[in-house]
Design a binder for this molecule. Structure first.
Ligand code: HEM
Length: 256
């Protein structure tokens, strides 16, 4: 029996799916359907607006540069909590959408122990147990959930200091700034990981698809579930094909 929340989530996915299209080519897999992409970019837009308006209010040296973007200082202060509420609202929908693939498993704890190898990029393929999201991505996701809760709880007294009292608002500032620091560091790492670090990843959030070799390289367990094929076998077959082409004088390029 599905709950009302699950029915809402399924309904939203179906409605968005009916309005947008994702073209999946022969050597590709569908990774992020329309609904996930719309939520992701709505979260990103509100996050960036909240970040810029927040930095403008927080730092005197950015105040003069950033506040004109929002129509001046008082307008920036007025808009910041609304941008933030937009961010929290869209992220809450993403939380429902990704709750299942983001749940932590013992394999994620295993993955965390080899974080050094991941950062150093020592292995050709990720371990065979890495599913739709790896533990680093899950950690980022849950850090956003935690930070959003802190932003909300600390931000409301800052928004209405008369109702909550000056002391509560002052404590709110400390937690708000700590959460902002976590989000800023996470955001910088996320942009790097989603673009330059792994070519082909950005495509998954724009066109919605990834190449099969991207899937068997970074998310082998997901590749197995999605295609029914062994990632290691397909990787080795691609290496053999590549070696054959190179021997015939083609341009060498490594699969995976
Ligand atoms: C504006 C620049 C951004 C870029 C280029 C970007 C890129 C991406 C890409 C390519 C993915 C898909 C990763 C995959 O399928 O494996 C993704 C996923 C995700 N994005 Fe973003 N994103 C951006 C902004 C944001 C913001 C502002 C947030 C939230 C504060 C966010 C939260 C997430 C989360 C939670 C995921 C799933 C987990 C992960 O892949 O880390 N993104 N993003």
């Amino acid at each position: 029996m599905s709950t009302a929340v699950e029915r809402f989530d399924d309904g939203a996915r179906a409605r968005f799916g009916a309005h947008g299209r994702t073209f999946v080519r022969e050597n590709e897999l569908l990774r992020h359907p329309v609904y996930s992409r719309v939520l992701h970019w709505s979260v990103a837009a509100f996050f960036i607006l909240a970040l810029l308006s927040g930095l403008a209010i927080y730092t005197p040296w950015l105040y003069r540069v950033l506040t004109p973007l929002f129509g001046g200082g008082p307008m920036t202060r007025l808009l910041h909590p609304w941008f933030s509420l937009g961010f929290v609202a869209f992220f809450a929908l993403q939380l429902l959408n990704w709750l299942q693939p983001m749940s932590w498993t013992p394999d994620d704890t295993r993955w965390m122990r080899r974080l050094k190898e991941y950062v150093a990029n020592t292995d050709k393929l990720e371990p065979e147990y890495v599913d739709f999201f790896n533990a680093g991505q899950k950690l980022y996701f849950w850090a956003i959930v935690g930070s959003s809760v802190i932003f909300f709880i600390s931000g409301v007294p800052m928004w209405f200091p008369r109702a909550f009292g000056r002391t509560t608002a002052a404590i709110g500032y400390v937690f708000h700034d700590l959460a902002a620091l976590v989000m800023l560091v996470g955001f910088i790492v996320h942009i790097y990981e989603g673009t330059a670090a792994q070519p082909g990843t950005f495509h998954s959030m724009t066109r919605g698809t990834v190449e099969k070799r991207w899937a068997w390289t970074h998310h082998p367990a997901w590749y197995l579930h999605a295609t029914g094929r062994q990632p290691q076998d397909d990787y080795e077959a691609a290496v053999r094909r590549q070696a054959g082409r190179s021997a015939e004088g083609g341009t060498p390029s490594m699969p995976g």
